[in-house]
Design a binder for this molecule. Structure first.
Ligand SMILES: C[S@@+](CC[C@H](N)C(=O)[O-])C[C@H]1O[C@@H](n2cnc3c(N)ncnc32)[C@H](O)[C@@H]1O
Length: 451
């Protein structure tokens, strides 16, 4: 209680209360010699819930299909055989829109569940809708399989609901496939299954996973939701095969790998991405239920192993940050040194903070993103563009202009800062009266800096 009051007091007395990112960005913008232009744009995933293919999975951290489409429309004529990259592919928004537009694309994604979902979403367009419905109908209703042992399924689902999920799980497991085509059908059923889990649980994602007091789930909900999802997918396949038949063979692939270390063997004209936000979501723990039931992980240890490789978030293990703090090779610059120092001073002055190693988390975040940016820049064709949707942060009363730091890194890696557009304003999670922004940063590889 004492701690909570101290935290509340710090927020109430914050020198940043009522402030905004614009004032705090002035010195950085001056340094870079650029301006931020206001251009409201749709960048959130929510509208995708009603879009074909995107809606096959309930992944709310993705970004807007409309935004990706408008980016492709804006630039496609400038390139001969446009190839698109997303280093943080998530559930495949960039790849899906690239394919609908007829352009080959490639993604990297470290979460195996998300990489699987993204691949199924782009590589199942030739599956017969009837074959999907038939395989769904063939799921035996009386074979149960026990839930993953490391999950607290009895708390996460009501008893009657859990019994039905176990039956779908067991039934799916029972289906054997004889060839690649049948495997594709089964994978679609697995995607449909992954999408019912949170919906019929006692949990909600807002966007972090937490228990919901108000949810009332009926026992039969898993079967009802499963059938609904299967019919949605079958309907979308019908539409694709009728109206986008010429796009079915367009090459799209997501590799489950670490974007910090992956060296691309191919070149791209557009890299469109949205990196994890600092302080943001834990992309493993938030999906551990689906990862467990789809058997991508079988213990908390498996989850931690993947999490430790991700771009850092603020609930990463203390050991990982300690190791980082002791290493002496990392990306930094004078802005970052100053930001990290100020965060440290403010935390020392307060005497408490939710993570006292926050200065190192911030330093690691940019070191991680630097590595990814370097790999992407190396894989860009001359005149290629790197377009990032990014949010800034306020940490221990220190403003962190993530977009401008990324712009600077881009410039250091030889890219030109073509523009920065403010797509929307948002509020700081800590000091609600402080205004932050979400921007679209466009970097461009100059012909001279090629290679
Ligand atoms: C903001 S989300 C991207 C969402 C995506 N634009 C979409 O629409 O689905 C960031 C993604 O980066 C992934 N990620 C984090 N660290 C990674 C790493 N080191 N290598 C590859 N992917 C990573 C996360 O799992 C998450 O899916």
């Amino acid at each position: 209680m004492e701690k909570l009051n101290a935290r509340k007091r710090n927020i109430l007395n914050s020198p940043k209360a009522g402030g905004c990112c614009d004032e705090d960005s002035i010195p950085y913008l001056k340094d870079l010699g650029i301006e931020i232009v206001d251009k409201k744009q749709p960048i959130q995933f929510t509208p995708n819930f009603s879009e074909h293919v995107h809606r096959w999975s309930a992944y709310i951290q993705g970004f807007s299909a409309e935004f990706v489409q408008s980016t492709i429309n804006k630039y496609h004529k400038e390139y001969n055989c446009l190839r698109i990259l997303d280093p943080f592919a998530g559930c495949g928004t960039v790849l899906i829109q690239s394919k609908f537009s007829g352009y080959p694309s490639f993604g990297t994604e470290l979460n195996p569940l998300l990489a699987f979902i993204a691949n199924v979403k782009v590589n199942s367009w030739d599956v017969s809708p009837n074959a999907l419905i038939e395989m769904y109908k063939s799921i035996p209703k009386d074979i149960s399989k026990a839930p993953p042992t490391f999950l607290k399924s009895k708390d996460q689902f009501r008893h009657g609901v859990l019994k039905n999920i176990e039956k779908i799980y067991g039934g799916l497991d029972f289906i054997t496939v004889k060839n690649k085509t049948e495997q594709k059908v089964k994978d679609l059923l697995k995607v449909a299954f992954s999408s019912i889990l949170i919906e019929c649980s006692n949990l909600k994602r807002t966007p972090c996973l937490g228990y919901s007091k108000s949810k009332q789930i009926i026992d039969n909900a898993p079967w009802m939701l499963m059938e609904k999802n299967v019919r949605i997918i079958a309907n979308d396949l019908n539409i694709i095969q009728k109206h986008f038949a010429d796009k079915i063979a367009v090459d799209s692939q997501v590799v489950c790998t670490n974007a910090m270390t992956y060296k691309h063997p191919n070149f791209f004209d557009l890299a469109i991405t949205s990196p994890p936000y600092m302080n943001g979501l834990d992309y493993v723990m938030n999906y551990k239920i689906e990862m467990g039931w789809l058997e991508f992980i079988s213990s908390q240890k498996d989850a931690k192993k993947i999490k430790d490789e991700m771009v850092v978030c603020d609930n990463v293990s203390k050991g990982l940050i300690k190791n980082f703090s002791e290493s002496n090779s990392r990306y930094t610059n004078d802005w970052l040194d100053d930001i990290v120092l100020h965060i440290k001073r403010n935390i020392d002055r307060r005497g408490n903070y939710r993570r006292i190693d926050m200065p190192f988390i911030v330093a690691k975040y940019f070191d991680d993103l630097y590595k990814v940016m370097k790999n992407v820049v190396n894989a860009l064709n001359p005149r290629g563009r790197f377009i990032l949707v990014i949010g800034d942060s306020l940490i221990a009363d220190v403003y962190v202009p993530t977009d401008l730091i990324m712009a600077r890194i881009g410039r250091e890696l030889g890219l030109e800062i073509e523009k920065i557009e403010r797509a929307r304003n948002r509020r700081s999670g800590q000091v609600r009266s402080y205004r932050l922004r979400e921007t679209i940063l466009t970097l461009r590889k100059d012909k001279r800096t090629d290679g």
